[in-house]
Design a protein around this ligand. Structure first.
Ligand SMILES: [Zn+2]
Length: 333
């Protein structure tokens, strides 16, 4: 393989500083390890996660899974360069049959999950909670632009597995993802229970495309005795994968470990550059006008069936806000 010619030396000194010790919650921190052609993003969620999950009475296992989906969405959606939307959805046959996370660039996040409480047993991992079905990722760039949708089969694996499969099949970018969600109990004043989540995305983006070759996850159904073509991964990517594999869940969610310190811990030997963090906030985009518009789109018969005790009440599934209309306001004849 021809080696890349080295980058021209920059004569001005690159500014270097010690990693900040101040943890930043509810933000995505983009970073780059240029000596290994790696780019990545680190997400930390704290109060925004509490905001989303506490609006619903989710059992811990469901909250944890939805938290993972939220982190994955921010890792993927925060790269949008326009005021678009990134929507992650799962539709599966497991106890958690539907998940949706809606990210509106640059910073708004909302999410909810549907689950069957009777089927939630102790100790089910995220793969077992989801079951079989599919994961869809939709990029919506506005009314005049085409929507892009990527689909991945879910076959009892985790959301991390599904993300790896997606990048291998659709994007063909060598990618590793780590997701972690935990619960924290604090003493003193205020609420004692808090959710925390964190995640990391690492991608290998060399200038020479042949360096990005990856072995297939599944050898396929080649007849026995046939030697499948062995793909050797690039040394830089092997190193990147082994470094992200050392990240522990507790490091991803530790409220006292700053994102910059975690990145320094991982990549200091190679030199890591961080970019300004992108803040995130939990905010629903529902409104009385939008709900009213939705009611108008229903058939008159369906609207009439929604009248209970002389009024029409609509609940936003994302944020549990209630919108109340008189039959007249709801367009019931
Ligand atoms: Zn809402």
């Amino acid at each position: 393989m021809a080696s890349q010619s080295p980058e021209p030396k920059i004569s001005i000194e690159t500014p270097i500083r010690a990693p900040s010790a101040v943890p930043v919650d509810d933000a995505v921190l983009p970073f780059e390890v240029s000596s290994l052609d790696l780019r990545g993003r680190l997400t930390r969620l704290g109060p925004a996660l509490d905001d989303v999950l506490n609006k619903h009475d989710y059992p811990p296992a469901v909250g944890k899974l939805l938290g993972e989906a939220m982190v994955l969405t921010t890792l993927l959606g925060s790269s949008l360069k326009f005021d678009g939307r990134f929507i992650l959805q799962t539709q599966t046959d497991g106890p958690v049959s539907f998940l949706i996370v809606d990210f509106q660039a640059p910073d708004r996040l909302r999410a909810y999950a549907r689950f069957d409480a009777k089927r939630l047993e102790q100790g089910l991992d995220s793969g077992a909670l989801l079951g079989h079905g599919h994961l869809a990722m939709t990029i919506d760039q506005g009314p005049d632009m085409s929507r892009y949708q990527g689909l991945v089969a879910l076959e009892g694996g985790s959301l991390e597995d599904a993300a790896h499969e997606y990048f291998l099949r659709s994007e063909q970018i060598p990618t590793r993802v780590r997701l972690a969600v935990g619960e924290e109990w604090r003493g003193g004043e205020g609420p004692k229970h808090h959710w925390r989540a964190g995640g990391m995305l690492l991608q290998f983006l060399p200038k020479a495309p042949e360096r990005a070759r990856q072995p297939d996850l599944h050898p396929g159904d080649a007849p026995e005795g046939i030697v499948t073509h062995a793909v050797e991964e690039d040394d830089a990517w092997i190193e990147g994968q082994s470094l992200i594999a050392t990240v522990e869940d507790v490091e991803l969610i530790d409220p006292d470990l700053s994102g910059e310190r975690l990145l320094y811990r991982l990549f200091h030997e190679r030199g890591v550059r961080v970019f300004p963090p992108l803040p995130l906030r939990a905010q629903c985009s529902c409104s009385r006008d939008a709900v009213s518009g939705m009611l108008e789109s229903f058939a008159a018969k369906d609207r009439a069936e929604m009248v209970k005790d002389g009024k029409v009440v609509v609940t936003c599934e994302f944020c549990s806000s209630l919108y109340e209309f008189t039959p007249d306001e709801a367009g019931v004849e």
